[in-house]
Each structure stands twice: as C-alpha cells, then as structure tokens.
Design a binder for this molecule. Structure first.
Ligand SMILES: NC(=O)c1ccc[n+]([C@@H]2O[C@H](COP(=O)([O-])OP(=O)(O)OC[C@H]3O[C@@H](n4cnc5c(N)ncnc54)[C@H](O)[C@@H]3O)[C@@H](O)[C@H]2O)c1
Length: 249
C-alpha cells in the first residue's frame, strides 16, 4: 500500500491504459478521480470496490473550464491531488500528411498537448503548496520510431515528451516530479474490438518486438505505480519506453 493517503487524478481512466493505471494505483492504496468524457462514474464505482475512495468526473481535457472544475472537485471531495496522470488522448486513422485536415491537427493538439498543460496548471498551486507531486504524461513510442501516416498524433506526443522535460525543470524546486511513459502498440479494448482493422499493423509490430507478444494495458501499470510513488524521488524529466523492446532508446 505504498500510495496510501495519496490522491491520483487520472484522465481517460474509464478505458484502456488509463483504467489499468487507475486499478494499479488503487491497489497501491491511492484514492482516485477518474476524469473522462464517458463512463467516469461507472469506472469510479468499480475502483471503489477495492476499498479506496473514487469519484468519476465527466470532463473534456481540452476545456479550460472542465479541467479547472475537475481538479477543484478532486481537491474538495478527495482532499487534494498528489498524482496527475495525463493519459487521455486522441488518435486518428492513418493517412498521408498532405491529407490531414488542419482542423484535425488543431483538435489533436488541443487534446493531446494543451489538455495536459491545462491540467498541470490546475494542479500546480495544490502541489506547490504541499511541496509534493507526481505528474505522469502518457506519450508514445511512435515518437522514437518516427511512425509515418499519423503526423499530427506523433507530433503531439513528441511535444508531450519535450513538455515533460521542460516542465520538470520548472517544478523541480517544489518537489513535483514530471515523467513520461511511452507505450508501444497496446491492445486496449478499443483496438482489441476491431481485430480486422488492426490485424496487419499488429502482425508487423509483433515482428519487431524483442518480447514476442501483444502489449496489454496492464503492462503499463507497474511503471506508473513506480513513477507515482516516493521511490522516484530523484527522477524527473524522463521518458520510459515500455514497448516490448521495439524502440531501444
Ligand atoms: N493503445 C495504444 O496502442 C497506445 C500506444 C501508445 C500510446 N498510447 C497512449 O496511451 C493513452 C491511452 O490510450 P488507450 O489506447 O488506452 O486509449 P483508449 O481509447 O482505450 O482510452 C482513452 C480514454 O480517454 C478518453 N478520452 C479521449 N478524449 C478525451 C478527452 N478529450 N477528455 C477526456 N477523456 C478523453 C476516452 O473516452 C477513453 O476512455 C493515450 O494517451 C494514447 O495516445 C496508446
């Protein structure tokens, strides 16, 4: 129970990787605020069965009003915010970069990079006052691999890695550590439920892995648990690639 007494706000925690991280941090004893566009209350109700306090907050991470209100609710109802996991993100079907509408670029950046910025701003006064915080940004190994045909997505995740490094320096003096996780292609429910659509990509991906099996959301839980804990007291600004040994950076 290394996170007992801590509170974690996790975006996109109703499904997939965010939900796996939420389940693990709850198992470690943290109270959880599930922030999601959908199913936040039902996901929180499931987490509460493990004995922690959990609340569901319906919010869009790209909205300044929603993110500020989400953090205020977390503080009011769970007593604070010690851990922020910026996991919610948009993805998009593959297409050549000349065909990606500029409106899609704007939406991608609003969700995947401005969203984490809004949440970091909203938690900042609480973490700085307490002189303690753990911020975990969920990036992607596509940045290291230079994966083509999703230029707005890969660019947004590259920006998130740069954001992690620069923000770590601003927060370092206040005990707030900022790190990132870069997953590989992960069979979250969203992808597992479209076997035909992902079959080709999944096979090509598997061929490149040192560990020859599909990555699943629970594969990201252990590193999130470490980054959320006091064990990573002297580690900040880092990006940990968890992808079965595809991108070895
Ligand atoms: N699955 C993969 O292959 C993979 C690979 C590398 C990185 N990632 C990253 O991991 C994270 C989670 O991916 P996943 O596959 O588990 O996704 P998912 O689609 O299974 O779940 C994402 C969750 O985020 C929520 N969400 C989306 N937009 C939101 C918004 N604007 N505001 C609030 N909530 C929002 C969704 O409702 C959903 O519950 C993302 O940052 C993604 O880019 C995923």
């Amino acid at each position: 129970m290394k996170l007992k007494g801590r509170t974690a706000l996790i975006t996109g925690a109703s499904n997939g990787i965010g939900n796996a991280i939420a389940r693990r941090l709850a198992a470690d004893g943290a109270n959880i605020a599930v922030v999601d566009l959908v199913d936040a209350e039902s996901a929180a109700a499931e987490l509460a069965k493990s004995g922690v306090r959990a609340i569901g907050i319906r919010a869009d991470v790209s909205s300044e009003t929603d993110t500020a209100a989400a953090v205020e609710r977390c503080v009011a109802e769970l007593g604070g915010v010690d851990i922020l996991v910026n996991n919610a993100a948009m993805t998009a079907p593959p297409r050549p970069f000349e065909e990606i509408p500029i409106a899609d670029w704007r939406r991608m950046l609003e969700t995947n990079i401005i969203g984490p910025n809004l949440l970091c701003r909203a938690v900042s006064p609480h973490m700085r006052k307490k002189k303690y915080g753990r911020i975990i940004n969920v990036a992607s190994d596509t940045v290291h691999l230079g994966v083509p045909y999703m230029l707005h997505y890969v660019s947004s995740k590259g920006a998130l890695i740069a954001f992690t490094r620069a923000l770590a320096r601003e927060f370092g003096k206040d005990g707030v550590n900022v790190n990132a996780i870069a997953p590989g292609f992960t069979l979250s429910d969203r992808l597992a439920n479209q076997p035909e659509r992902v079959a080709g990509f999944r096979k090509a991906n598997l061929n490149q892995l040192a560990i020859q099996r599909d990555e699943i959301p629970d594969d990201l839980a252990g590193i999130a648990s470490f980054l959320a804990s006091e064990d990573c007291a002297f580690m900040t600004g880092q990006t940990i690639v968890v992808d079965g040994g595809y991108a070895m950076v």
